[in-house]
Design a protein. Structure first.
Length: 352
C-alpha cells in the first residue's frame, strides 16, 4: 500500500510539472491566421506547391478546389501521381484543363538504381521539376484557406526562416477518433517539444506533411529527399535534416487556415499510423518499451485506481485524473478536436 501512495504522490507531482511545462511551451507557438500580410504581392517570391498523390480519388478534387482560390500571386502547382490504381490520374488531368498553373506528373514505376519509398520519390520528382524559389510540400487531402500560403510566406520572410511547417485542423467524425487525435497530439508535443524548434541551440525539429514550406536553396543544401529516400516519416525527417544543417525552422498552428481529413475509423487509423510510428522514434525498441510503461503507469493506472483503491490513494489519483483532463482541455484549444478527450485517455492510450 505505501508503494501505491508514493506512486500517487509522484503522479500528482508529475502532472503539476507537465502541465506547467506544456502551458509555457505551447503559448510560445504562434497562429498562422495572426500573421500580417506586410509584403506586397508583387514582391513575393515564386513558389512551387508539390502534392504527391496515390489513390486519392475520394479527397483529391476537394483539395485541388481550395488551391484554385489561393491569393498567392506567383504560384506553380505540381501534382505527382504515384502509380495510383483508382481515378486519381483522371481527376488530375481533368482539373489541369481548368487550372492553368497546375502541372501533372505521372510516375509509372520507381527507379531501379537506388531504393525509394513511393511518396518520397514523388516529392523528389516534383521538387526536381519545380521552378519556384520556395517549395511547399502538401498532402493530397489538405484544404487551404485562400490566404494560407501568402501568410506562411510572409512569416518565413519576416522571421528570416528557411523552413516553416504548420499543424492543420484535423477533421474527425467520431468522439473516439477525436480523442485519439488529442492523445496523439499530446504525446507528440511532449516528445517533439515543438516550441524549441526556432532555437538554434536546441536539437528539436518538426516537419508536418500537410504543410512543409522550405527555401529551395536550403532544401538542396540539406540533401533534399535523396537523403531521406527510405524514411516513412519523411515530413519529420525533412525538418530534422534542415535543422541538422543549420537552417532556421518554425512551427505554427494552422488552425482556421489549414485542414485535413484524417482517418475515418479506428482500424484505418491504426493501419495508417503503423507505417511510421516506429520510425518516428528512429527504430529504438527501448524507447517504445519505456514510453509504453510510462503511459500505462501514469495515464491508465490513475483511472483504474479510482475503481480499485480508497482513502488518500484514491484522492491523490482523483487529483491526477482531474489535472490530466485539464491539461487535455488546454491543449485542445490549439486545434479543433474535442476538449473532453481527457475522459477517453485510458482507452486512447491503450490504442496508442
Amino acid at each position: 500500500m505505501p508503494f501505491l501512495l508514493y506512486l500517487a504522490l509522484l503522479t500528482v507531482l508529475l502532472y503539476l510539472l507537465t502541465g506547467a511545462y506544456l502551458v509555457r511551451g505551447l503559448r510560445c507557438i504562434a497562429f498562422l491566421k495572426d500573421v500580417p500580410l506586410k509584403t506586397p504581392p508583387e514582391q513575393l517570391p515564386a513558389l512551387s506547391l508539390i502534392i504527391p498523390c496515390r489513390n486519392e480519388e475520394a479527397k483529391l478534387a476537394g483539395a485541388l478546389e481550395t488551391l484554385q482560390r489561393q491569393s498567392y500571386p506567383n504560384l506553380e502547382i505540381i501534382a505527382v501521381n504515384d502509380r495510383s490504381g483508382d481515378r486519381t490520374p483522371e481527376i488530375l488531368e481533368s482539373t489541369a484543363t481548368r487550372m492553368t498553373n497546375l502541372r501533372v506528373v505521372q510516375i509509372s514505376k520507381l527507379p531501379e538504381e537506388r531504393p525509394w519509398l513511393g511518396k518520397n520519390y514523388a516529392l523528389h520528382r516534383g521538387a526536381s521539376l519545380a521552378t519556384g524559389e520556395l517549395l511547399l510540400f502538401c498532402d493530397a487531402d489538405v484544404h487551404l484557406a485562400p490566404e494560407a500560403i501568402e501568410k506562411a510566406v510572409n512569416r518565413l520572410l519576416s522571421q528570416g526562416l528557411d523552413h516553416l511547417t504548420a499543424g492543420p485542423d484535423t477533421r474527425m467524425s467520431s468522439f473516439i477518433l477525436q480523442s485519439f487525435l488529442g492523445t496523439f497530439t499530446l504525446f507528440f508535443n511532449l516528445f517533439a517539444r515543438p516550441w524549441n524548434v526556432p532555437n538554434p541551440r536546441k536539437k528539436e525539429f518538426v516537419g508536418i506533411g500537410a504543410f512543409n514550406l522550405v527555401r529551395r536553396s536550403a532544401y538542396l543544401a540539406a540533401g533534399a529527399h535523396q537523403a531521406i529516400a527510405m524514411r516513412p516519416d519523411d515530413d519529420m525527417k525533412l525538418g530534422k535534416l534542415l535543422k541538422k544543417h543549420g537552417f532556421r525552422s518554425e512551427l505554427l498552428y494552422g488552425k482556421g487556415l489549414i485542414a485535413v481529413e484524417w482517418y475515418q475509423s479506428i482500424p484505418e487509423l491504426i493501419e495508417g499510423l503503423m507505417k511510421n510510428m516506429f520510425s518516428g522514434v528512429d527504430y529504438r525498441a527501448g524507447v517504445v518499451v519505456l514510453a509504453s510503461l510510462v503511459q500505462l503507469i501514469f495515464i491508465v493506472w490513475p483511472f483504474a485506481a479510482l475503481l480499485l483503491t480508497g482513502g488518500w490513494i484514491w484522492l491523490l489519483n482523483l487529483g491526477a485524473v482531474l489535472m490530466m483532463m485539464a491539461i487535455a482541455g488546454y491543449t485542445a484549444r490549439f486545434s479543433n478536436y474535442t476538449r473532453w478527450f481527457g475522459i477517453a485517455l485510458p482507452v486512447t492510450t491503450l490504442l496508442f
